[in-house]
Design a protein around this ligand. Structure first.
Ligand SMILES: C[S@@+](CC[C@H](N)C(=O)[O-])C[C@H]1O[C@@H](n2cnc3c(N)ncnc32)[C@H](O)[C@@H]1O
Length: 214
């Protein structure tokens, strides 16, 4: 998707993907990590799941295109942050570093984000926000930012893409497992069609969320 697509969404507050209470099931599937582990959250939006990750004692680093999302995240959670200009290989970022907890958000293009490698990854509504043509580069970039022996969780959705268009895009298991170098385990699957009138009204009979771990 073009950057303007997402900037428009945030500017017009069309952020239906945002979950006010966080993802209801991710804590069941997220791997247990040693305290102090670093967790990368690509395309983080203003996800409340970052709060839970920080509460576990992890160092949370989100990357997000929209500064509105970063500002909202801190303001809506009663947090404050230092903001600094940063440059990575000539690409500009704003770095929000929370005063009260171990959460930082880099505002800029994830594909230009390069830092030290991370212990773990949390992807909710990131891979599935991207069209098929961008997903190989996205997953390769995620893996380049992870240490050997990393852990993580990627949440995908699977539905009949001929009946509805994304985002969120349907990502078939074969696509994910073929693009990811290394073993992935499907740790769980939840059928959401009864809770998703928007998808039912498009004629879909199934809309599944899948939890992939390594
Ligand atoms: C569907 S939303 C999901 C946000 C969040 N993960 C959540 O669970 O609420 C996708 C997010 O990716 C951000 N985004 C899209 N392309 C990006 C890019 N190239 N770099 C950083 N963020 C990006 C958008 O601004 C948007 O906030």
């Amino acid at each position: 998707m073009e950057h303007s697509f997402w900037h428009n969404k945030w500017q017009s507050n069309q952020v239906g993907f945002h979950q006010e209470s966080g993802h209801p099931d991710f804590v069941r599937y997220f791997p247990t990590l040693p305290a102090g582990s670093s967790v990368l959250v690509p395309l983080c939006g203003k996800s409340k799941d970052m709060l839970w990750l920080a509460e576990q004692g992890y160092q949370v680093v989100g990357v997000e295109l929209s500064e509105i999302a970063a500002k909202d995240f801190f303001a809506e959670n009663g947090l404050t942050a230092d903001v600094t200009d940063q440059s990575i290989n000539g690409s500009q970022f704003l770095l929000y570093q929370c005063h009260q907890c171990a959460i930082s958000i880099w505002v800029g293009d994830f594909f230009k984000f390069e830092t030290d490698v991370f212990d773990a990854l949390y992807d909710r509504a990131a891979l599935i926000a991207l069209p098929e043509s961008m997903r190989p580069a996205y997953l390769a970039h995620c893996q380049a930012l992870l240490k050997n022996g990393s852990n993580g969780l990627i949440i995908t959705v699977v539905y009949d893409q001929t009946l509805a268009s994304g985002p969120p895009f349907s990502v078939q298991p074969e696509e994910l497992t073929s693009l990811w170098s290394g073993p992935l385990v499907k740790a769980g699957e939840i059928e959401l069609i009864e809770q998703e009138p928007r998808w039912k009204s498009k004629g879909l009979t199934s809309f599944k969320e899948q939890f992939w771990r390594w």
